[in-house]
Write a protein that binds this ligand. Structure first.
Ligand code: SAH
Ligand code: SF4
Ligand code: F3S
Length: 459
């Protein structure tokens, strides 16, 4: 679909002179995949002469890369569009584009509802951005929300927008073929497709060459990564092993693992490679098998706990984090207690916790009633948060006295004399900087903790 609309006044704005130094400001919401997509977008619009600025007020083009996963994620974007509208009043030539999942979900409706918006571009249409921006620059409004079965942007070298030059995301796949009842992602991201191993490995090698020390491989469900190269089928376990082999100095992380698909092979590859971080994000969503079935997660509580046992057996020091949803349709007090008891049994080190939010068009929205009252959802969520607070504190307490290899990432926000980094278990560690700088591996003895971080000294 490619729709062009004249803007209100119907007048054509003058084409921008190509020689001028154009600036684009990109604001990103949502998951790590969106962060990486913004880097791909920066590379694509650079060809059009746009350089990324971190100052919204200097921008000729504002792109907001959006998330639709929960209602409040969309509300935040609407709030930002208000701010951009005010900026546009001040500088009428400014262009505003909505990209990402909200663009995909709402399509041209966004142009109707948000008068500040000139272009709407879905996650598989970023190659069209230069053309769409040009159209928008002449007063035409532009939408492209076509989803693709093939697009992986594998030939595009993302413009890294992280500030530290130490740690970077690498997308290994796009889309999702699961149909979890609550989830909008398959609608906004389309069919699952895996990127070729060769392009992943060359991107990782280029990052090593540029001095990066850590990569995080990204996919909605990394365990279903599959690539057929001639006779060989490359599974996620094999891909992970080949990324780890790029350089012994490079740490490798990945996200997200799916409990129904995570194999012991992946765990054995993690055990066999020192440089694969011992940390797994394994979203449980609920501890009740009845709710899991309604959610169409395709595993039971028992299966989930067996996956946890496998991690503990094969990777005893591995940290485990999760996502949990409170108040999904029909959730009873007993179901909620099952979630709390699963959390205790699994001893999660960290969790992202949410209230269920109906997403239009999802299986749950179409077939189930959002029947848990808001106050009950809020109370259950609070109980989950409180319990996780205790579990996270216990997890940090257990680290005290151990010595960890920490990759320093930045100067600590609180003190210029301290560095902040993460250990293999993905926990933040702050320590006196000594002679070290971001990018160094430092052996740190953990001496204490605060609610958010571990503290230590060089060993
Ligand atoms: N691909 C990942 C999750 C992507 S979305 C996976 O399969 O686990 C990130 C998290 O947002 C989900 O794990 C879920 O906990 C939460 N989430 C997704 N849809 C939601 C909804 N409608 N309401 C509340 N939380 C939701
Ligand atoms: Fe959504 Fe489920 Fe796919 Fe994750 S696996 S992105 S929760 S549909
Ligand atoms: Fe949000 Fe889209 Fe990611 S809905 S969580 S930005 S895939």
């Amino acid at each position: 679909m490619f729709i062009e609309k004249r803007n209100g006044a119907g007048e054509l704005r003058a084409l921008r002179p190509a020689s001028r130094n154009l600036k684009a400001y990109i604001e990103t919401y949502g998951c790590q995949m969106n962060v990486n997509d913004s880097e791909v977008v920066a590379a694509i619009i650079a060809r059009e002469g746009y350089e990324v600025t971190h100052e919204m007020r200097q921008a000729d083009l504002i792109l907001i890369n959006t998330c639709s996963v929960r209602e409040n994620a969309e509300q935040r974007v609407r709030g930002r569009l208000e701010v951009f509208r005010a900026e546009k009043k001040r500088r009428p030539g400014l262009l505003v584009g909505v990209i990402g999942c909200m663009a995909e979900r709402l399509k041209e409706q966004l142009l109707e509802e948000e008068k500040s918006v000139d272009l709407v571009v879905g996650p598989d249409a970023y190659r069209e951005l230069p053309q769409l921006v040009r159209n928008a620059g002449t007063g035409l409004k532009a939408v492209n929300v076509l989803l693709s079965r093939e697009e992986t942007y594998s030939d595009i070298s993302p413009v890294r927008m992280d500030k530290n030059g130490v740690s970077s995301f690498v997308s290994i796949m796009r889309g999702c073929n699961n149909r979890c009842a609550f989830c909008i992602v398959p609608h906004t991201r389309g069919t699952e497709r895996s990127r070729s191993r060769d392009t992943i490995l060359s991107e990782v090698a280029a990052l090593v060459e540029a001095g990066y020390k850590e990569v995080t491989l990204l996919g909605q469900n990394v365990d279903s990564y599959r690539q057929q190269t001639g006779e060989e089928t490359v599974s996620f376990a094999r891909l992970l092993a080949s990324v780890a082999a790029v350089s012994p100095d490079l740490r490798v992380r990945f996200s997200t693992s799916h409990p129904k698909d995570m194999t012991d092979d992946v765990l054995h590859v993690m055990a066999a490679h020192r440089n694969i971080c011992k940390s797994i994000h394994l979203p449980a969503q609920s501890g009740s098998s009845r709710i899991l079935e309604l959610m169409r997660r395709r595993y039971t509580r028992r299966w989930y706990l067996q996956r946890i046992e496998a991690i503990r057996r094969i990777l005893p020091e591995c940290s485990i984090s999760t996502d949990l949803i409170a108040g999904f349709c029909t959730e009873t007090e007993a179901d909620h207690q099952d979630t709390l008891s699963l959390m205790r049994q699994a001893q999660f080190d960290y969790a992202f916790m949410f209230k269920y939010s109906v997403r239009p068009g999802t299986p749950a929205a179409r077939t189930m009633e959002d029947d848990v009252p808001e106050a009950v959802k809020a109370r259950r969520l609070q109980e989950i948060i409180d319990l996780q607070g205790q579990l996270s504190a216990e997890s940090k307490q257990r680290c005290i006295g151990s010595t960890d290899e920490v990759l320093a990432e930045s100067i600590s926000k609180k003190s210029t004399e301290e560095l902040s980094g993460r250990n293999s278990r993905n926990m933040v560690v702050v320590f006196p900087k000594g002679n070290h700088a971001p990018g160094d591996y430092v052996r740190v003895r953990i001496t204490g903790c605060t609610p958010a971080t571990l503290r230590g000294i060089e060993d």
